[in-house]
Each structure stands twice: as structure tokens, then as C-alpha cells.
Design a protein around this ligand. Structure first.
Ligand code: ZN
Length: 195
């Protein structure tokens, strides 16, 4: 396999990039000074080496704990459960929420072979069991799989006596948290309902 085929194959694995875009990006890089490709390669290597899940909430970080878990001003008695680390950025931009998070690492999707053991529900239950948590807010998305995931997490937390709430459906139907605007997310959190 040639170096060009190699890169095209790797780029084609990325979401939203088909073979045609992969070819375009590859030929674009070849027209640039070699240093640009080398910087890109270094950035990718550094990303893979340094970024890891937070030991407490599974947010992405380069430290043991993420910036939110390590911040003493955050209210650790509140845990907002999201599907992906990228959802945290969206909620943070709303500038409304001062609690902490828990990243599930996806949603239940039996057809894709994603079951409870593929998500970080166990560590979430352990966090609640360790004490000091007064409310868990379920902020999985409003699509069918997000709802099923919220229900599953709620069932796992039910025996623990912690308050569990679900964000309001202020989000656009089927819209991912990541793409919702800050005001919508803020309203969605403040209008959450206790389950
Ligand atoms: Zn964290």
C-alpha cells in the first residue's frame, strides 16, 4: 500500500469524511510545506498519548482528575450524567450549571451491540454509594436510545435513595446536546423534573 493510499484509508475511517474528502485532504497536505503534515502528525500523537478519561467522571483530561472535578468551587453533590465528553462543553457554555458530571461513554444501543457493561454505569453507582451526592441529573439525549439509557441508569440508582431527575424536553426533537444553544440547555436543566 502506498503512503497516499495509507493516509486516504485512515482519513476515510473518520466520521463525515468519505473517500472523496479523504483524497482531497491528502492531496491538499501534499501541496503544503512538509512541516504542516509533521505538525499534524505530532498533534495526533500527542493527543493519543496525553488525553485520557478523568479517574472520577470520565471527562477527557491530561491529568488524573479533569478541571471540573479538581475545581473546589464546583458542587460535587450534583452529578449531571451525559453520554459523551463533548456534551460537557455544551452544558458548560450555557453557564448555568455548577455541579459535576459523569460521562457514560455512549448510550445503550442493543442493535449496535452496546450494552450496560460498555457504559460507565458501575463507576457512577460507586460514586453515589461513596456518599455526598444529593442529586443525579440525567442529561442523555431525547432520542429513543438516550431515553432507554436514562431509564436504565435510573433503575440502577433507585435502591440508593438518591434524588434522580431528567432534564426537560426543551431541546429540539432528536437534537443532540452538543448542538443545542446555551439558553436552551440552561432552561432544560433548570426545568428538570424529579423521577
Ligand atoms: Zn472529572
Amino acid at each position: 500500500m502506498s503512503a497516499i493510499d495509507d493516509l486516504v484509508a485512515e482519513l476515510s475511517r473518520l466520521p463525515t469524511i468519505g473517500r472523496k474528502s479523504a483524497l482531497r485532504l491528502t492531496y491538499h497536505l501534499l501541496k503544503q510545506p512538509a512541516e504542516q503534515s509533521q505538525r499534524l502528525a505530532l498533534a495526533l500523537t500527542t493527543l493519543a498519548e496525553k488525553v485520557r478519561p478523568c479517574a472520577r467522571c470520565f471527562n477527557l483530561t491530561e491529568q488524573e482528575l479533569c478541571a471540573i472535578c479538581a475545581d473546589p468551587r464546583r458542587d460535587a453533590s450534583l452529578i449531571c450524567v451525559v453520554e459523551e465528553a463533548s456534551d460537557i462543553g455544551a452544558i458548560e457554555r450555557s453557564d448555568e450549571y455548577r455541579g459535576t458530571y459523569h460521562v457514560l461513554g455512549g448510550r445503550l444501543a442493543p442493535l449496535d451491540g452496546i450494552g450496560p457493561d460498555d457504559l460507565t454505569v458501575g463507576p457512577l453507582v460507586a460514586r453515589v454509594a461513596a456518599g455526598g451526592v444529593r442529586e443525579v441529573i440525567l442529561a442523555t439525549n431525547a432520542k429513543l436510545e438516550g431515553e432507554a439509557t436514562a431509564l436504565y441508569v435510573q433503575q440502577q440508582l433507585a435502591p440508593m435513595g438518591v434524588a434522580v431527575s431528567r432534564i426537560a424536553r426543551g431541546l429540539p426533537i432528536g437534537g443532540d446536546l452538543e448542538y443545542a444553544d446555551g439558553v436552551t440547555i440552561a432552561q432544560s436543566i433548570s426545568a428538570r423534573r424529579t423521577l
